[in-house]
Write a protein that binds this ligand. Structure first.
Ligand SMILES: Cc1cc2nc3c(=O)[nH]c(=O)nc-3n(C[C@H](O)[C@H](O)[C@H](O)COP(=O)(O)O)c2cc1C
Length: 345
């Protein structure tokens, strides 16, 4: 599918998830079938641009393009500056965050809180497009269905944002008030898709290839975005791609291959974050990878006591070696996907 001047390899996107979708994770998802990845959000507050956290988030070394950087903020001029700053550092697509419900973001009237003030929201879109268009950088927008049940204004913002020049729109089928609770609804996404001529991406609770097919059919969206279901299961993208193309389910991946992907991911992760932070932040990725495997919960607890990368890598290697002795294919998850989603929200 096309996004501005770029032809994306497929219509399965990794959702931006702060603290999760760093470069190593995005690269892993892409390798395992995702056609597009949006980075974790970068603040529009200039004073934070040189912080270690922001510079790690702006690290795209070796990442296959187009590099999409998400920006968040509350002020049109600052957002335009943030867009220009990130383009100068390699961003090829700028994604505006109007979807994040986090308090840190919402208290500052950013993220999904912007949906409450349509004039401000569109002012931001216009200012960002004004900076990006001359540089031939497409702007995408990510939003929820509205602020709350009685203020479901996705359609009106979507129309205005399209007129303001965005190239693609993602809609997460929940209101800001819902956070991650309840189920995503797809009626609003279908209505937005029917009203717009630019590509629309459906997001929310897509956890299986079957669900992916249903959401595509119901919303008629051009693409799907997947977040939490890819945590610990980045091969979900190729599972979905295969199912959409053939109608058949792929068998689970070989346990040894999963071992290899996770260990490679860990090495990339330590390289980006360094030993101390890397070991600590890798724990969640390992936890997600093993949570639904036999012995996973016990391993997770043990692993949280290890504080060197060497010990972490050795423990993960041994865990998967032992698993592979009994299961050449990864044993299917015991926990239902819905439980996993609830767990991580
Ligand atoms: C840990 C976490 C961090 C997130 N961070 C962001 C973010 O930085 N920007 C954003 O637009 N959405 C963010 N989201 C929302 C996701 O992009 C996505 O819209 C949401 O998880 C619904 O999709 P899913 O059901 O496939 O997970 C985050 C979600 C999670 C779980």
């Amino acid at each position: 599918m096309r996004l501005g001047p770029y032809e994306l390899p497929n219509r399965l996107f990794v959702a931006p998830m702060a603290g999760v979708t760093d470069r190593p994770f995005r690269q892993l998802c892409r390798r395992l079938g995702a056609g597009h990845a949006v980075s974790e959000m970068v603040t529009s507050r200039k004073e934070l641009w040189n912080s270690l956290k922001t510079s790690r988030r702006a690290d795209h070394a070796g990442e296959p393009g187009p590099v999409a950087v998400q920006i968040a903020g509350t002020d049109a001029e600052m957002m335009a500056e943030a867009a220009a700053y990130n383009i100068d550092r390699g961003a090829q697509i700028i994604d505006i965050n109007m979807g994040c419900p986090a308090k840190k973001v919402c208290n500052k009237w950013a993220g999904s809180a912007l949906m409450r003030d349509e004039a401000l929201a569109i002012g931001i879109v216009e200012a960002v497009v004004a900076v990006c268009a001359p540089r031939r950088v497409p702007v995408s927008l990510k939003m929820r269905t509205g602020w709350c049940d009685s203020e479901r204004n996705a359609l009106s913002i979507a129309r205005a944002a399209q007129s303001a020049g965005i190239a693609l729109l993602t809609v997460h089928g929940r209101t800001r008030e819902q956070g991650y609770k309840g189920a995503a609804e797809y009626e609003t996404i279908a209505a937005v898709k029917a009203a717009l001529s630019i590509p629309v991406v459906a997001n929310g609770d897509i956890t299986t290839p079957q669900k992916a097919r249903e959401v595509l059919a119901f919303t008629r969206a051009d693409a799907l975005m997947i977040g939490r279901a890819a945590q610990g299961r980045p091969w979900i993208f190729r599972e979905i791609a295969h199912f959409l193309a053939t109608g058949e389910e792929l068998p689970p991946p070989p346990t040894r291959e999963v071992r290899g992907w996770l260990l490679e991911h860990l090495l990339e992760h330590y390289a980006l974050y360094g030993e101390f932070t890397g070991v600590r932040t890798a724990r969640k990725h390992i936890g997600w990878a093993v949570r639904a495997l036999p012995g996973g919960e016990i391993f997770r607890a043990v692993m949280n006591t290890l504080d060197s990368s060497e010990a972490q890598v050795a423990a993960v290697g041994t865990f998967f070696d032992e698993l592979a002795e009994h299961h050449s294919l990864l044993p299917q998850c015991a926990a239902a996907n819905d439980d996993l989603l609830a767990l991580e929200a």
